[in-house]
Ligand binder design. Structure first.
Ligand SMILES: [Fe+2]
Length: 181
């Protein structure tokens, strides 16, 4: 599935614009991470784009979330590595390779990046690692974000926090025009 078709697929399944924008942002972060590791950007991007595909249908229903998406993706013939990555963001058992572990961190940092961009008049443009890091320490700043899932990129991916944030900010900036940030 090429990027344009993948975006159309995601759009069809998101009922809320905020969900769609979250998907595109996590896609951007995943593509940037893939570049850092010299991995397959398209594959990593699809995993990011599809990770919360069923969010507006399952909500926080622990039993269905990600599984519904996995069903849709398999039906559409999407690469099984992507399906595994989508399941991995919700269930530990699927965190079997670098991509399926990375999506957990990309998902978490996305929430922090959006919150950080929204308090800046220039949004994503010129965003600095130091300011995002400061926000991470303010527990009340992005209450939906688990800070351990952001800092955990060091243990899981071998990326020190500063580098993880820098790579993530780059990913944000690449998709910023698409998500009005
Ligand atoms: Fe997510």
């Amino acid at each position: 599935m090429d990027r344009e078709a993948a975006h159309a697929f995601a759009r069809q399944r998101c009922l809320k614009e905020t969900t769609y924008r979250h998907l595109v942002l996590v896609e951007g972060v995943m593509r940037s991470l893939a570049r850092r590791f010299d991995e397959d950007k398209d594959l990593w991007g699809l995993t990011g784009l599809f990770h919360d595909l069923d969010q507006d249908h399952t909500g926080d229903d622990g039993a269905q979330h990600a599984r519904m998406a996995a069903g849709w993706l398999r039906e559409a013939g999407v690469d099984e590595r992507v399906v595994n990555g989508v399941l991995a963001h919700a269930y530990d058992d699927y965190r079997t390779d670098r991509m399926s572990r990375a999506v957990v961190h990309a998902d978490a940092v996305a929430g922090l990046l959006v919150a950080s961009a929204l308090v800046r008049p220039q949004r994503a443009a010129g965003m600095k690692v130091s300011s995002v890091k400061k926000k991470l320490k303010e527990r009340s700043f992005a209450p939906g974000v688990n800070p351990d899932e952001v800092t955990g990129a060091e243990a899981t991916l071998g990326l020190p926090l500063d580098e993880f944030l820098a790579v993530s900010i780059e990913g944000l900036q690449e998709v910023a025009p698409e998500i009005e940030l």
